[in-house]
Design a protein around this ligand. Structure first.
Ligand SMILES: [Fe+2]
Ligand SMILES: [Fe+2]
Length: 364
């Protein structure tokens, strides 16, 4: 199925191009590779999976509430706009809001695919090229999975302009580490928090699975950014590090304050500014916006972009305490959740085979 017919916004450009100006680097040394990087590469190879096989696509989305999300998690739940809606209008709005979110996941995954391919070309070391190549395949699989998932909503949204601005920056910058910073640290860090939110709050099993499986790969991607940058940043001058810290703070503010479902409010004919304001002020969004940084801050500290200035900026945002997050246990939990779904799917398949065999035996 093509998504072209599913966009409710008219005259969307079918294609987006970003001019590139960077050096593709060859590495003639063919060194054995850093142990930690080769370990990650091996993991990347071992943990490949097939989106068509591993996910149980027979699970249907809900009619009234596709992902089975609690209405209080809707940014406009406490507004007169929501109160005035009929049941039918609410069902329609849920479908659009949820589709808007999953569309951003899918569009962001395509951005990750393109960025990972850029990293393969630009990063100077062969071991990092090896790993990034596995990530290219991972991201293609994520686009495939979210696209297939999105088909079930019957509606899809283009990439929201604030995300597009950040992706554009990640791609245009000719320095390889800036692509890492924007994509592997900021966008993937935020994405992980957003995926976890669906994995943990959606009641629909398909929504839970898709996000759990993608997350298992994503935590590896963030680890890659961390390893590559941790090795590289000690070699930069203070001025170069300052520039990167400024970029990080700006990008965090940008994503925190501008990631709102404007396009969906417009399509639904709702008062856009009123809805955006309500979304901004809702208690749930306040918690969610803070949680978005849980996966970013420990990485930023780890890669050594940790001056007093950046710490003060994160303190002002109220997210500095996340520096002490036990990142390893988050990753362990991501793996555990994905494996749990594997077990459940295996059990369901076994039960299905047994029930078919029982019908066959009864007929004999
Ligand atoms: Fe991804
Ligand atoms: Fe990723």
């Amino acid at each position: 199925m093509s998504l072209r017919e599913l966009y409710p916004i008219p005259d969307i450009d079918p294609c987006w191009t970003v001019p590139q100006d960077f050096e593709a680097a060859f590495d003639w040394r063919y060194d054995d590779g850093r142990k930690h990087m080769m370990h990650l590469y091996q993991k990347g190879k071992d943990m490949q999976w097939d989106a068509l096989e591993r996910i149980d696509w027979s699970e249907a989305l809900g009619e009234e509430n596709p992902m089975g999300m609690d209405d209080t998690l809707t940014g406009i739940y406490y507004t007169p706009v929501w109160q005035k809606m009929s049941d039918k209008e609410r069902a329609h709005a849920r479908r659009h809001f949820q589709s808007w979110t999953i569309s951003q996941f899918m569009q962001g995954e395509q951005a990750a695919l393109i960025c990972a391919a850029k990293i393969v070309q630009q990063v100077p070391d062969m071991d990092a090229k090896f790993y990034a190549a596995t990530q290219v395949m991972d991201e293609a699989r994520h686009v495939e999975a979210y696209k297939k998932f999105l088909e079930g909503f019957g509606v899809a949204y283009p990439m929201t302009p604030p995300l597009q601005t950040l992706v554009d920056q990640a791609l245009r910058d000719s320095r390889w580490d800036m692509t890492y910073l924007a994509m592997q640290v900021v966008i993937e860090g935020l994405a992980l928090a957003a995926f976890a939110n669906i994995r943990e709050t959606a009641k629909n099993p398909l929504a839970q699975q898709v996000n759990a499986y993608v997350m298992q790969d994503e935590s590896r991607h963030v680890a890659f950014g961390r390893l590559a940058l941790r090795d590289y940043y000690p070699h930069l001058t203070q001025a170069e590090k300052d520039e990167r810290e400024e970029f990080l703070v700006e990008a965090c503010y940008h994503m925190r304050d501008r990631f709102e479902a404007r396009e969906a409010y417009e399509v639904l004919g709702l008062p856009v500014e009123e809805c955006v304001r309500a979304q901004d002020e809702s208690g749930y969004m306040k918690i969610f916006r803070t949680m978005l940084f849980q996966r970013i801050i420990p990485i930023v500290r780890d890669i050594g972009l940790w001056s007093d200035k950046i710490q003060a900026a994160y303190a002002k945002m109220g997210v500095l305490d996340f520096a002490n997050t036990d990142y390893e246990s988050l990753v362990k939990e991501d793996n555990r959740r994905a494996e749990e779904f594997d077990e459940e799917n295996k059990k369901k398949r076994r039960q299905y085979v047994e029930s078919v065999a029982a019908v066959g035996a009864a007929a004999e």
